[in-house]
Design a protein around this ligand. Sequence first.
Ligand code: PRP
Length: 229
Amino acid sequence: MPGSSDYRKTVFVPETGLPVPPGEIEPIPASMQDRIEHVLIPAGCLQRRVRGLAEQMGEDLRGRKRVAFLVVLKGPFMFAADLGRAVYRFGGPEIAFYFIRVSTYGRSIERDGRVRGKTKILLQPGEIREEDLVIIEDIVDQGSTLSAVRRHLAETGRTSARFCALLDKRLEAPCEAVRKQREELRLDYVGFEIPDRWVAGYGIDAGEDFRFLPFIVVVREDYYRPASP
Ligand code: PRP
């Protein structure tokens, strides 16, 4: 179990997940066991890393009066709320919340296909007045969503922003286009580097299940993935 100081840097999550400290064990309810494989990141680990990120941000943004968080709905709603409160507790700047929603259509959930369709901005954030902007994302998979957000901001004249993702997936075999897309994103803050599995919880869904969970799980892909013809 990493000590608290380790939570100031990106936490590497092995395939089997982070160990659950004694006293923090939270059994998966029987009603969910057919859909969940195992816990990947326990609730306490998430909260400690959120505090670490808040400390990092507080230091980087020292002296700023007010900073904008642009939350890429829906996934990071829980993370953004916890992070905003943690930044306040660490004496960081005031936070103004903005929301954006991106849809990617023609998206395939196939592990090998990995092709995602076109992106479209479904909800515009409106005018962001703050000079400092942090984009808040729950998970970077192929990087299409964050790339679309970055393009949208550039079109509206905003060329500088910091990027914060709670989870960054270690893709097993990304195609060249995806590898390049992810490389170009240059994330400023990453909570956890996770294995290439389908995860949910803490705001992230699997078919709209599990957003409410206070921890992150690996879902049973065979339950959610339609059977091949
Ligand atoms: C998920 C997730 C990220 C995105 C990551 O969002 O919340 O925004 O996919 O994938 P990418 O890096 O390959 O683009 P989703 O479109 O499922 O919407 P949601 O947040 O509303 O669940």
